[in-house]
Design a protein around this ligand. Structure first.
Ligand SMILES: Nc1ncnc2c1ncn2[C@@H]1O[C@H](COP(=O)(O)OP(=O)(O)OP(=O)(O)O)[C@@H](O)[C@H]1O
Length: 219
């Protein structure tokens, strides 16, 4: 379980606190949506739980251990995968190469790496044919799928994504949500999605809304 204890954050001035006394829990096997107005601090919250920023107040625990104690780099490398809004893929490489390099970086060893990668990509609709195309030649939805596979295969048990449906049409967006749902429910991962998309909020197991510097549980 990932949890925040009395978490508070501001950038330069405490007077501009974005949120404070945040006590949230994220459990394995569930999909979470984080909602809030533009500029409220959702992405900032995501960078804190992704160990890209450090709390100004309070702490973040993963399986009851403080992230500082686990080590921020170690936490990011072994427990967490981020699906960035711009997908963050290497566009001059193929889909296959993008996934393959992520596997190498994370240090995960697979016996039959080639089959593992092509099967993983196939499971989200990236056919063998698309697999070997340069990412720049894939559609937004296809790139998003590759980015999700890249996040999934590293063995991370927490998957976070910022506006994962932001650049997609409604139909493709729904397919992405279904994919994240599957990752949470079938693979038992913690999935945390920052979004403006009310479809995601409806489909998620728990929705937290950041409003007036405080997170509210929305049912
Ligand atoms: N690195 C930074 N340094 C200083 N201020 C920042 C920094 N990053 C973001 N901010 C400010 O913090 C506030 C919250 O930004 P954040 O991106 O977390 O909001 P958000 O809720 O994700 O917004 P959106 O929905 O528009 O993406 C904004 O006022 C933003 O200008």
């Amino acid at each position: 379980m990932l949890e925040t204890k009395n978490l508070g954050f501001w950038y330069q001035n405490q007077a501009d606190t974005l949120f404070k006394e945040v006590n949230l829990q994220f459990e394995a096997g569930k999909m979470y949506a984080i909602l809030g107005k533009s500029g409220s601090g959702k992405t900032t919250f995501l960078s804190l739980i992704s160990a890209l920023e450090s709390p100004k107040e309070g702490e973040i625990l993963y399986n009851t251990e403080n992230l500082d104690k686990i080590g921020l780099t170690r936490f990011r490398r072994h427990h967490l995968a981020i699906v960035f809004q711009a997908y963050n893929l290497l566009t001059y490489m193929t889909a296959y190469q993008n996934v393959s390099s992520a596997l190498d970086i994370s240090g995960v060893k697979k016996e039959n790496k080639r089959t593992f990668i092509t099967e993983s990509l196939k499971s989200v609709g990236i056919t063998e044919d698309l697999c070997h195309k340069k990412v720049a030649q894939l559609s937004g939805g296809q790139q998003q799928r590759v980015a999700i596979v890249r996040a999934m295969i590293t063995g991370a048990d927490i998957i976070v994504a910022d506006e994962p449906t932001g650049n997609l049409d409604a139909e493709t967006g729904r397919e992405m949500i279904a994919l994240f749902e599957k990752i949470a429910h079938e693979q038992g991962k913690i999935v945390i999605l920052v979004t403006h998309d009310s479809d995601i909020a409806k489909r998620s197991d728990v929705t937290y809304e950041l409003k007036d510097k405080v997170f509210h549980v929305r049912s």
